[in-house]
Ligand binder design. Structure first.
Ligand code: HEC
Length: 432
């Protein structure tokens, strides 16, 4: 790399994630670097070591398909990003997009002829953990835990230095390099549709809704005017853009992209709530020891830190600030059908995974991530705070404007669905 390209890459990293934030994740009690993770990847690794699972290698995709199967990640979740914004940037471009796959806990990144598969996973103790798997065929393939190498980008200041997921919308030039002039946007369910997916491929129908995907920029005049590129909207076939046959599927499904944007934002807040609470309680213990106060004495600053991280999570769980859809959205794969079919359902057949896709993402705006292990295993102090607040919102006791988008019918339906489908709710949730 020449010096100017290095400077450019560093500038691009700053553009994407902001300057590295100071974090205390390598201090007690978290000790991110040296802690032993316990997550979906470490469990698969144990199964491989015990001979219960054997990963198969193929010439075209290395261990990809076998890893997806081992981690129960559906191939229909495939989304494609062609901006050179991640680890294996030299492998990525408009003709060789990077593929990302995900389920409720795990994200897998794949590059054609990449050296490694990249994996990020929700970790109940550590927030988010990162792994690589060498794509060379090996006798005993091993997931290797990575910390600093990934956190350079993945512990962004936007996430207060907490290890998490990244989804940005950039203005890529013809090689996929993000242009520095026009800046970039965060992509989650609150992002206006019109700002989403710059540097990504998008397959689906979305009527008059416009996005930034499926296009590159020649220069300034292109993005100054922000004209919609002919042929970039309502795309259902990516063959004009690259050789789709090189990938497990030919799609980058718009509904999968929307779910991914929501999910990554919620996962980041679960991770932040977990790490903030662990750090705050540790601080309280130290202070109590130093001041010879009885153990468990709570300080307002500690309560405040926990409440603030929990409140942020509740907003994301209830889709506070979600961008309204003004036209119908439909993907090109079985993703939406498979996703919705997983339930769980209440006696009336309702589920938090049921899509709306006319005015918003889901019919009942409460995240299905409440069913995950990373939610259930948050420290008691913050999980209790979150569940109490959710209950107050759903019963109408909390009238905060952040939840004004939830009608009383929405609140009642979500309360019913959760009561019927989430087994480990506190007792007061059951009272009528
Ligand atoms: C140069 C910055 C950079 C580095 C270093 C980096 N990533 Fe990423 N990663 C990104 C960006 C940006 C995205 C969002 C998608 C995109 O633009 O490709 C991303 C997305 C991902 C995703 C998809 C879901 C998610 O978590 O956001 C995975 C999985 C992932 N990276 C794994 C890794 C692993 C594992 C490492 C370390 C071995 C790593 N990354 C290092 C920038 C980086």
């Amino acid at each position: 790399m020449t010096t100017s390209r290095l400077v450019l890459a560093a500038a691009a990293a700053t553009l994407l994630v902001g300057p590295a934030a100071a974090t205390d994740i390598n201090q007690p009690p978290i000790n991110y670097e040296t802690a032993t993770p316990d997550d979906a990847v470490t469990r698969l690794q144990k199964d491989i070591a015990a001979g219960r699972v054997k990963l198969a290698h193929t010439d075209d995709h290395g261990y990809l398909r076998s890893v997806l199967k081992g981690l129960a990640v559906p191939e229909s979740s495939q989304v494609l990003v062609f901006s050179r914004t991640s680890l294996q940037r030299s492998r990525i471009g408009p003709r060789t997009p990077r593929a990302v796959y995900f389920n409720d806990d795990v994200y897998v990144g794949f590059c054609l002829r990449g050296d490694v598969l990249e994996v990020s996973v929700a970790d109940p103790q550590l927030g988010t953990s990162f792994y690589t798997l060498d794509q060379e065929p090996a006798e005993r393939p091993r997931f290797e835990r990575n910390t600093e190498r990934c956190l350079i980008c993945h512990a962004s200041s936007a996430n207060r230095g907490v290890p998490g997921h990244l989804l940005r919308s950039v203005h890529p030039d013809r090689t996929g390099e993000p242009m520095l002039g026009p800046g970039s946007h965060r992509t989650d369910d609150t992002s206006p549709f019109a700002q989403r997916w710059g540097g990504w491929y998008v397959t689906g129908r979305h009527g008059a809704l416009e996005h930034l995907g499926n296009r590159t920029y020649r220069g300034r005049q292109d993005y100054d005017e922000e004209r919609v590129e002919p042929g970039s909207q309502n795309v259902t076939d990516l063959r004009p853009f690259f050789t789709t046959g090189l990938y497990p599927t030919a799609h980058s499904d718009v509904v999968a992209l929307m779910v991914l944007g929501h999910q990554a934002a919620v996962h980041n807040r679960i991770a932040r709530a977990t790490l903030e609470t662990r750090a705050a309680l540790h601080y309280q213990d130290e202070l109590n020891r130093a001041l010879k106060e009885p153990p468990g004495t709570r300080y307002d600053s500690v309560k405040g830190r926990i409440a603030s991280a929990g409140d942020d999570l509740v907003k994301a769980l209830f889709f506070s600030g979600e961008a309204k859809l003004t036209d119908r959205v439909e993907g090109t794969t079985t993703f939406a059908r498979d996703f919705a079919a997983r339930g769980p359902f209440d006696a009336e057949g309702r589920s938090l995974r049921e899509f709306d896709l006319r005015t918003r993402l889901f019919r009942y705006p409460c995240s299905y991530l409440v069913y995950t292990e990373s939610f259930d295993r948050m420290p008691d102090a913050v999980r209790d705070h979150v569940l109490r607040k959710m209950y107050d919102v759903l019963t109408g006791a909390n009238t905060d404007r952040a939840f004004a988008h939830l009608t009383s019918a929405d609140r009642a339906a979500i309360l019913d669905i959760l009561r019927a489908t989430k087994p480990n709710l506190p007792a007061y949730w059951r009272d009528r």
